[in-house]
Structures are given as structure tokens and as C-alpha cells.
Design a binder for this molecule. Structure first.
Ligand SMILES: Cc1ncc(COP(=O)(O)O)c(C=O)c1O
Length: 359
């Protein structure tokens, strides 16, 4: 969708949250928490503010077909709603203006992780009716039917779809829903302030973090809310033994003596697809990586910290628990990986075109 000044398209009178804006300053795109236009500008720059598309006006995939957003509704007694019985993934697609291409990031890996999550829940409908070919076609169809040619977040949910008051994963049908969402920055990308959460990460024998269960995001919401209320940007989870696990919706990396350190998959982390990409970027850049447990106090010792996730992208942390990380500015390793990631997702680095599905 090209930038517009049409009143109707801009949804005059509608209240937008920060993640509905993208603000371009020069070549940098930022999503501001507040929009403040100052004049005169201290130095000349291109200032372009655009409201992204309104997802509630689009068509979505729901229970096997493409329907209007308003038609995709569930009952008040739906098990997905009553008990949080569902699994999901979130995928980003980036628009490259020069190539006039929309690039979906690591679509096949998202499908495979979703399939694994469905397997844990015995979601037979998804497992038997959706192969990668059908799954990817649904996403392509949504972009073309809705005529969206801009950065988007694709939210895919497969949920227990019965109107019953009994939480279980047997003898219930499951249904798939997919919609496009105009997600800007999920966290600040230029250096965020984090707080170690008083909430503990759910462990593998409670709700396995390795799968993406909708209900598990109560844990995320507790931690995120506490961090936001305390004036921080993001929360960092510890496990029951006090080891660092991940952010509220991101994997975590610390840098000590130039080595990138991140908790292993056995540390109750979600095995992030962005994390996997960061590890590959490090390998290609000959940056040493160690996967091991991380103590809380190492967060205070680290030269650098950064988080990775579909929502969070690759985002440096400049402060933890009111202590500066390193010298309190964005570190060189984090910046390098972030720059490479930004290029990769937009199809600007030939080495990583293999990660992208072109639409
Ligand atoms: C708890 C949690 N950890 C890590 C991640 C990062 O995973 P990915 O890079 O696949 O988005 C996410 C986000 O999806 C998440 O919710």
C-alpha cells in the first residue's frame, strides 16, 4: 500500500497504538511510542509518517476458508478461549521496494515448529490436512486477496475448536486461523531497558516452552506487565534455579570477552527461529558462540546483551536492573548482527536469500 493522505484510508478518528505507526527518518525506520513532531528539525532529514494497514478490514483464513475479519468469530464456550488451548506462530514478511518483493522470513521453519506444537496436542486436523504446500498457499492468498505489499506480521493459530467445558487434547476438533497484522517494533530496537522478572519461566514438565502454546503466554503477560509497569521495556525470565532463560517473548544472548553466550534448548527456552538465524550469522562472521547456562549476575558482567525474536527482531539491551550493560550504549557485536539481520530479512544479502519466501 503506498503512503496516503486520503482521510478515509488514514482512518481519521481511530485511535492507533504505537505498533501501528512506522516513522522513517532518513534511512532508519523507527516505531515511536509517542509521535512528537518538532520544528525546525535540527538537521535536514526525510520525515515520513505512515499509518499501516487496518487488519480489521482485511480478509482472514478461518476454519478452512477465507472470510471477512468480522465473520471469523468463535463461541463464548469455545475451548480455545476458555482454557487457552491452542498453539501458534508469528511470522514476519518484509517488503523490498527496489525488488518489488515481499519476503516471508523462514516460512518452512515456522510451519515445522507449528506442526511440532500440534503434534504435542494431538491436533489431528492440522496434522492430516495441512502440509507445507497448503500452508504456504494460504499465506500467499491472504497477501494477494488483501493487496498488501508492505511489512506485515502473519499470526497463525491452531486451536481446540469445541464448545465444551472440559480441557483435554483428545476427541476435539482443531481449527486453523491466519490473519495479517501491521506490527511495528515489538520492543525498542535502538537499546532497551530490561528487568529480571519476579515471575519464573514455565518449565518443560508444566508447559513445554519448546512448543508455542497460546495459554503459556499468561506467563509472558505477567512478566511483560510487571516490566512495563516498572518503567522498563522488557522482562528477562529466570528458571527455578535462578538461571537466565529468555526474554518475555525473545531469546537472549550475552557477550563476554567477545564470545556470544546463549542458553541451550534444554534450558526451557522456545527454540527461536530468529535465534537459529543469529547463530548462523555468528558462524558466518566467525563470532564465537557458546550455548550454556547463564547466571543472573552474568547479566551485570556482560559487555553486551541482545534479544532476538520475530517480534523483537535483533534488539540490543543497554540496561538491566538499573545497571548499564557495558558502557550503557549499543555494543558492536549486537549492532553488527542486527545490521546483518535487517539486511537478510529484506533480501539484501544474497547469502540469506535461502531464508526467504518471495511473494
Ligand atoms: C517465549 C519466546 N521465546 C522466544 C521467542 C523467539 O522465537 P522466534 O525467533 O521464533 O520468534 C518468542 C517469540 O516468538 C517467544 O514467544
Amino acid at each position: 500500500m503506498p503512503p496516503t493522505t486520503e482521510k478515509e484510508t488514514l482512518n481519521w478518528g481511530k485511535i492507533f497504538t504505537a505498533d501501528h505507526f512506522s516513522l522513517r527518518m532518513g534511512s532508519v525506520i523507527v516505531s515511536p511510542a509517542y509521535l512528537l513532531l518538532v520544528s525546525p528539525l535540527s538537521k535536514p532529514c526525510i520525515l515520513e509518517v505512515r499509518v499501516m494497514f487496518d487488519h480489521e478490514k482485511l480478509k482472514v483464513f478461518f476454519r478452512g476458508e477465507i472470510v471477512d475479519f468480522d465473520k471469523a468469530t468463535i463461541s463464548v464456550a469455545n475451548t480455545g478461549l476458555l482454557y487457552g488451548l491452542g498453539v501458534f506462530t508469528g511470522i514476519r514478511a518484509h517488503y523490498n521496494k527496489e525488488a518489488d518483493a515481499l519476503y516471508v522470513f523462514r516460512l518452512q521453519e515456522h510451519f515445522e515448529r507449528l506442526r511440532f506444537s500440534c503434534k504435542i496436542c494431538n491436533y489431528e486436523t492440522f496434522l492430516t490436512q495441512y502440509d507445507y504446500q497448503r500452508f504456504s498457499q494460504i499465506i500467499k492468498d491472504l497477501f494477494s486477496i488483501n493487496k498488501i505489499r508492505e511489512d506485515s506480521y502473519i499470526r497463525v493459530t491452531n486451536f481446540s475448536d469445541e464448545n465444551r467445558v472440559l480441557p483435554k487434547f483428545v476427541d476435539y476438533k482443531d481449527s486453523l486461523s491466519v490473519f495479517l497484522y501491521p506490527l511495528g517494533d515489538y520492543v525498542p530496537t535502538g537499546g532497551m531497558r530490561c528487568k529480571v522478572s519476579s515471575w519464573t519461566r514455565v518449565n518443560d514438565n508444566a508447559i513445554p516452552a519448546r512448543a508455542k502454546f497460546t495459554g503459556a503466554y499468561v506467563n509472558t503477560a505477567f512478566a511483560k506487565t510487571e516490566a512495563l509497569k516498572g518503567g522498563y521495556d522488557e522482562a528477562i525470565f529466570l528458571d527455578r534455579n535462578g538461571h537466565v532463560v529468555e526474554g518475555s517473548a525473545e531469546n537472549i544472548f550475552i557477550v563476554i570477552n567477545g564470545t556470544v553466550i546463549t542458553p541451550p534448548p534444554s534450558s526451557d527456552i522456545l527454540e527461536g527461529i530468529t535465534r537459529r538465524s543469529v547463530l548462523e550469522i555468528c558462524k558466518n562472521e566467525s563470532i564465537e558462540v557458546v550455548e550454556r547456562e547463564i547466571d543472573r549476575s552474568e547479566l551485570y558482567k556482560a559487555e553486551e546483551i541482545f534479544l532476538s525474536g520475530t517480534g523483537a527482531k535483533v534488539s540490543p539491551v543497554v540496561e538491566v536492573d538499573d545497571r548499564a550493560v557495558g558502557d550503557g550504549t549499543v555494543g558492536v557485536v549486537a549492532k553488527k548482527i542486527q545490521d546483518l539481520y535487517f539486511k537478510a530479512v529484506r533480501g539484501e544479502d544474497p547469502r540469506y536469500l535461502k531464508w526467504l519466501t518471495k511473494i
